[in-house]
Design a protein around this ligand. Structure first.
Ligand SMILES: [Zn+2]
Length: 407
């Protein structure tokens, strides 16, 4: 039994288990299918309320919380169902009914026993208490038998998983908007990741999936994925003259970006990550992914912020978000001291503006390993951590990967 499971079990024995499965008020019906947020290290009720455009009072009422301080990492909080909370979370609440088994719930919601156990840290799947809430992953759209796509509406800056669960197939390939889409086998299915650019053109993307089975029988399926708008904010940024001169040096910006593109386009064939990503740090977010910028009163850029910024003190440690191999660790002019980690299958994370680098290219990292110290090197107005993520060459919102397990 690993340490984490042992702690949970001890928690259950001593009654602390209620933290994980907080009982809900008797009038549970309106809470069915409510979005659920899983508390991350460093979260406060105030921050969660602000993020999901609600209030602490509403969160306390929905979750029967008596004390502001009583939230724990891993705890599932029910959120009011709004457009924001529904789009940003990927689990819904289900109130266990008398006679329910985890298997039956998994079947009803088109998910698996394993997914439910993982999401709910259930030490014993046979111990379900009626009246308690468990989190259910949002059902992906079942497009055709054996073909699942997270959502046929893919958000700008979002990650979409395309899964083919047909064990009889020997090959699965895809063409998305004229470009090859690579599928990877995992257990009984094959999956591909679609990273939509934060400034992707709105509209339909044709996806063609070509499969063949052991008898050489080929089949082609056509699906349309719609790219939908994400309403990114606009932020006015003031830079010192030195920063402006870097911004105006488009040749330099292009050179550095080309160098980065050559790094993140080298797709390694093995998936190195497992489960949800952790945040590199758990401090306040100072600028979200995709926020569009105007520097020193200039025009608003067409393509927004290429990552998520966290407030940091100079020299504070920065941690790897998931298992992977360091493929770049050096000083750059725009992004400062930069670490790039390859997680396999075209998934990369980048950590910018570090004051010190504590890993070298070629080194393996595990989630939570220190990779450097926070700083303000490169094009930066003060100590902060910028965290980027790439899926098959496109910047995507890295925070989505901390909120759900992909694939
Ligand atoms: Zn940034």
């Amino acid at each position: 039994m690993n340490k984490c499971k042992r702690l949970i079990l001890l928690g259950l024995i001593f009654g602390i288990g209620a933290i994980f499965f907080a009982p809900l008020r008797a009038n549970a019906e309106p809470l069915r299918d409510a979005p659920i947020y899983i508390v991350q290290s460093g979260d406060t009720l105030v921050a969660i309320a602000a993020r999901f455009n609600t209030t602490v009072a509403i969160l306390k009422k929905l979750n029967n919380l008596v004390n502001d301080d009583l939230i724990q990492v891993g705890q599932k909080l029910i959120l009011p169902a709004t457009e924001i909370s529904s789009a940003a979370t990927n689990a819904i609440a289900y109130i266990v009914q008398p006679g329910d088994t985890l298997q039956r719930i998994a079947l009803r919601y088109g998910t698996t026993l394993r997914a439910l156990q993982q999401l709910n840290d259930l030490p014993n799947p046979n111990l379900l208490t009626p009246g308690f809430a468990i989190a259910i992953p949002r059902a992906p759209a079942l497009v055709k038998p054996g073909l699942q796509i997270d959502a046929l509406d893919a958000r700008q800056g979002g990650t979409t998983v395309i899964k083919i669960a047909r064990p009889e197939l020997t090959t699965v390939t895809g063409i998305l908007n004229g470009r090859p889409l690579k599928f990877t086998r995992a257990g009984g299915y094959a999956f591909a990741l679609l990273g939509a650019s934060r400034c992707a053109k709105i509209g339909a993307l044709p996806l063609t999936i070509v499969t063949s089975d052991a008898r050489g029988q080929a089949a082609t399926e056509n699906v349309t994925i719609n790219i939908t708008t994400t309403a990114y904010l606009v932020n006015a940024i003031t830079l010192p003259p030195a920063g402006v001169s870097i911004l105006q040096d488009s040749a330099l910006i292009k050179r550095e970006s080309d160098e980065l593109v050559s790094i993140i386009n080298k797709v390694s064939p093995t998936r190195l990550w497992r489960g949800a990503f952790r945040q590199p740090v758990y401090t306040a977010i100072t600028e979200n992914f995709g926020t569009r910028r105007s520097y020193n009163g200039g025009p608003v850029g067409a393509c927004g912020h290429e990552g998520t910024d966290f407030s940091m003190k100079l020299g504070d440690p920065v941690f790897a978000a998931a298992r992977g191999r360091v493929v770049f660790s050096a000083l750059t002019q725009v992004r400062g001291n930069l670490v790039v980690i390859d997680h396999g299958l075209g998934v990369f994370t980048g950590y910018y503006h570090l004051s010190a680098l504590t890993v070298q290219a070629g080194q393996m990292t595990n989630p939570g390993d220190v990779i450097g110290k926070a700083g303000s090197t490169g094009l930066s107005t003060g100590p902060h951590l910028h965290w980027s993520m790439w899926i098959n060459g496109e910047y995507v919102d890295p925070m989505e990967w901390t909120r759900r397990v992909i694939p």
